[in-house]
Design a protein around this ligand. Structure first.
Ligand SMILES: NC(=O)c1ccc[n+]([C@@H]2O[C@H](COP(=O)([O-])OP(=O)(O)OC[C@H]3O[C@@H](n4cnc5c(N)ncnc54)[C@H](O)[C@@H]3O)[C@@H](O)[C@H]2O)c1
Length: 408
């Protein structure tokens, strides 16, 4: 019942289905019972409208009553950057105790090709029931993009790959209720790889433009001007913007599921590794640029007051998982900077001992304002105008205060 599960639950409930909202996190279950959403894209109002159709529980037995079970657990990396299927294995074990003849089980979590067939099916088989025979099994990747409003769950085509043709038919029939377009692929593996291709495509293109941003910094060319100009080409170019690095649960993690799997097939996925390396370098590049700016003003980083605007990994959300903003806070604090932040979506950073403060409070007396994430509703123009130095990592203050902000 996280970023993926809760919107799905609400979408199905809105179409008149009774939904069991199962999660091992008691806090989430309690919040749902109180009618409180903890996902920005799901308004309390939307949850309240379907509250009587959603039964939130920490007990897996409730899943036995369902016609379909959608698995949306996290798929993180271990400390060694290998796939951590722990939550998925736990969820499948819990489900194997209650799975019923005739049920449909769909994995939505992003993972490497082969997971549904080689990991999920065998664990569910511990029930004595066989996937594709006694119950249906499919993979259908979630494509939610938190904070996005121009494409919705209904208008974003849903890719479905069944273990058998009949499994795919069942999954397709289910998703037709909440999604206008279903794209059938022949196997769960094709569906699993489709999701990874989408994420790797973004990761590689972001890395490309980030590498150019670092080069532009040395060559004293405005990368934003170049990206704007290239974007005028009506074909053959797709706009990607440079930034402080990639964050979120997906982009910095998912591609490595494929590179890990590829090693079993004697392949090194070089684009993935290279893109990861460049994107990971970006927070260091940004901090080096802060050091240079302060140096030019005759100030050391140590003791300088730095106001960070936005620490979430993207605008409009409160998710700080893998956020480059956290890395930047850590690096600047390690250099002895006096770091404060303003983020209307992230109230505190307990690991850093920081709380979000009002914009005017963080800007008061700041030596430098650093725009890390450009949240809607934050007055970046005023921020740039109100401090001696401003560094804009998102290109939102290009034209503010007579172009005072230095750009990434
Ligand atoms: N967040 C996104 O934008 C996004 C987009 C597309 C795909 N995905 C993929 O979807 C999956 C879920 O991502 P998310 O962002 O919703 O994660 P999340 O952490 O927000 O939610 C996952 C939920 O699963 C619960 N959980 C963990 N172990 C469990 C278990 N054994 N049984 C039941 N519940 C369990 C957690 O308590 C949590 O509430 C991941 O594979 C992710 O890569 C995420």
């Amino acid at each position: 019942m996280g970023y993926v599960g809760l919107p799905l639950a609400v979408a199905f409930a809105a179409e008149g289905h009774d939904v069991v909202a199962f999660d091992v996190d008691r806090c989430k279950v309690d919040a749902l019972r109180r009618g409180e959403s903890y996902v920005e894209d799901v308004a309390d109002r939307a949850l309240a409208a379907v509250a009587e159709r959603i039964e939130a529980t920490t007990r897996p037995d409730a899943l036995a009553r369902c016609e379909a079970v959608l698995i949306c657990v996290p798929t993180p990396l271990t400390a060694n950057r290998e796939p951590d299927l722990g939550p998925l294995v736990d969820a499948c074990r819990a489900l194997s105790g209650v799975v019923q003849v005739g049920q449909l089980v769909v994995l939505e979590s992003t993972t490497y090709p082969g997971t549904t067939r080689e990991r999920v099916a065998p664990i569910l088989a511990e029930s004595g029931l066989v996937a594709g025979v006694d119950f249906s099994l499919a993979f259908s990747p979630e494509r939610v993009d938190p904070g996005r409003t121009d494409h919705t769950m209904r208008t974003t085509p849903k890719v479905v790959g069944g273990l058998t043709e009949a499994c795919g038919d069942r999954a397709e029939a289910l998703y037709r209720d909440i999604c206008d377009t279903i794209v059938r692929v022949s196997t769960p593996e094709a569906a699993e790889l489709t999701k990874l291709l989408e994420n790797i495509f973004r990761s590689v293109n972001i890395a490309l433009v980030n590498e150019l941003a670092m080069l532009c910094d040395r060559m004293q060319i405005d990368i934003w001007e170049v990206v704007d100009a290239a974007s005028t080409k009506p074909y053959g170019f797709m706009r990607f913007e440079p930034g402080p690095g990639m964050g979120g649960h997906c982009m910095p993690v998912d591609p490595f599921y494929l590179s890990w799997r590829a090693r079993e097939f004697d392949m090194t996925t070089e684009f993935i590794e290279l893109a990861g390396k460049i994107n990971q370098q970006m927070p260091y590049h940004c901090v080096a640029k802060v050091e240079r700016l302060l140096n030019d003003a005759g100030k050391p980083v140590r003791g300088s007051k730095i106001a960070i605007l936005g620490v979430a990994y993207k605008p409009g959300v409160g998710d700080v998982r893998e956020s480059p903003g956290l890395k930047i806070v850590t690096l600047l604090a390690a250099l002895g900077a006096d770091v404060r932040y303003h983020d209307p979506f992230v109230s505190e950073l307990p690991a850093h001992g920081l709380r979000s403060e009002a914009l005017d409070v963080v800007l008061a007396g700041a030596d430098l304002a650093l725009i890390v994430t450009a949240h809607p509703g934050v007055d970046h123009d005023a921020a740039v105008a109100g401090v001696p130095l401003a560094l804009d990592l998102r290109g939102v203050a290009r034209h503010s205060a007579g172009g005072r902000a230095v750009l990434l």
